[in-house]
Design a binder for this molecule. Structure first.
Ligand code: B12
Length: 366
């Protein structure tokens, strides 16, 4: 077995993985209770994914009865994802985990680990960001990292800048010990969250998390829109504040990957958006939700074309986009914004959008 474990570590390293561990396949009962508590208390909001069935997500044998071990791997998306740098008018920010499909390297590495297990006569199935397994719990159990107060799994050198995946197997490898590490007195991530989603360390209130809303259909709550800043997808604030990952983050300097041109995004076709951002989780594969995010970023980021772009969306057939365009005009200000809101109000039939236009007009008058 030791030979096989050594081979697996070699294979993982050859594929650029920065962590590998083995845990048993027993159910994650504490995580199951915590997930149910978050559902019952509303902390998980309208999340589906693993929250659809916490019983399945926390017991891999519900999916693979033959499971004996979880071989968990980690990849890092830095320095490839670079650093989006400070806000710049007319541009938006994509969180580092999504500047491209950074799961590809992890997927290739975990597939190679699974093939090695199968070549040795075992069974193996790879689960990555899948509803059938809570990746973080598997990573903590197998010693790949420890659980941070930002709820991220953290590892030495890389901190939170990791993606996680598992090869479920019936090969009874020796398990690797959990990491004897925790965050100690550090709470840097808590005040770093722009919307107070981590007010209870280790517990994320998803309904206050910008990353949650960037993936959720519907109207973005008013109170989150200014803290939203120039974000278009995801949020890295509780990761950027995390000391264990600071040096690794600071080595990633290229600005390009995470900064996007909002005018290009807001004038692109559906197909162009799905081609460029298809690796994002976009509800119902409907790019309108990406445009919605970009309209909030536009309101906060401004730029020479901002008012004209927002005015254009006051004619959009989608009330969600008209609502966020109205908000952006209220935020951007100026006489053209004022005139556009007045004209829109006279023609707007949708009550919610009328409310947004009236609020934006009040903001302008304030
Ligand atoms: C649902 C989900 C989300 C949701 C909710 C996240 C959440 N924290 O609940 C939203 C959309 C908000 C989200 C956001 C992000 N996500 Co996400 N997400 C998932 C998903 C699909 C399921 C997670 C889940 O079921 N969690 C269950 C809850 C209960 O666990 P938990 O929040 O981690 O809480 C545990 C700890 O906090 C701990 N705990 C409890 N009390 C205490 C107290 C203390 C003091 C401590 C230290 C710990 C602790 O116990 C809890 C479990 O019982 C996983 C993929 C998967 N299949 O697992 C990816 C995953 C967790 N996401 C990931 C990433 C990268 C992100 C983002 C960084 C992306 C971005 N930049 O925007 C953000 C980070 C936000 C954050 N701080 O969590 C990675 C995380 C990798 C890592 N290093 O941890 C994963 C593992 C995907 C992957 N395969 O790599 N995500």
């Amino acid at each position: 077995m030791d030979q096989l474990w050594e081979t697996l570590q070699l294979v993982a390293a050859e594929h650029g993985l920065v962590g590998l561990g083995v845990g048993n396949a027993e159910p994650f009962l504490e995580v199951r209770d915590e997930m149910r508590r978050r559902k019952d208390t509303g902390l998980s909001g309208r999340l589906k994914f693993t929250y659809t069935d916490p019983g399945v997500a926390t017991d891999v044998r519900a999916s693979y009865a033959w499971a004996e071990r979880l071989v968990v791997g980690a990849s890092t998306y830095l320095p490839a994802a670079g650093d989006p740098g400070p806000p710049r008018p007319g541009t938006g920010r994509v969180a580092r985990f999504a500047t491209e499909d950074h799961y590809q390297e992890l997927r290739a590495g975990m597939d190679a680990v699974a093939e090695t297990l199968v070549a040795g006569g075992g069974r193996a199935e790879v689960l990555i960001d899948d509803n059938r397994l809570v990746d973080r719990a598997a990573a903590v159990r197998s010693g790949v990292g420890w659980w941070g107060k930002n709820t991220m799994v953290l590892a030495p050198k890389y901190g939170p800048w990791l993606l996680l995946g598992t090869a479920v197997t019936d090969v009874e490898l020796e398990t690797t010990p959990a990491m004897a590490r925790d965050c100690g007195n550090c709470t840097a991530c808590v005040p770093a969250c722009p919307t107070g989603a981590l007010d209870q360390p280790g517990v994320l209130d998803a309904t206050r998390c910008i990353s949650y809303w960037a993936q959720m259909p519907g109207i973005i709550p008013q109170e989150l829109r200014i803290p939203w800043g120039d974000r278009v997808y995801g949020c890295d604030d509780c990761l950027e504040a995390c000391p264990p990952g600071r040096r690794w983050m600071e080595e990633a300097i290229s600005e390009a990957p995470g900064r996007v041109n909002l005018a290009e995004l807001l004038t692109a076709t559906d197909q162009e958006l799905l081609d460029s951002y298809g690796h994002f989780y976009i509800p119902r594969r409907n790019p309108a939700f990406l445009r919605r995010n970009a309209l909030v970023a536009l309101g906060n980021s401004g730029g020479p074309e901002a008012v004209a772009l927002a005015v254009r969306y006051m004619q959009d057939r989608d009330p969600v986009l008209r609502a966020h365009a109205a908000w952006a005009l209220g935020r951007l200000g100026g006489k053209n914004a004022h005139r556009a809101l007045a004209m829109a109000l006279s023609a707007e039939a949708n009550t919610d959008v009328r409310g947004e236009i009236e609020n934006a007009t009040l903001t302008l008058q304030a």
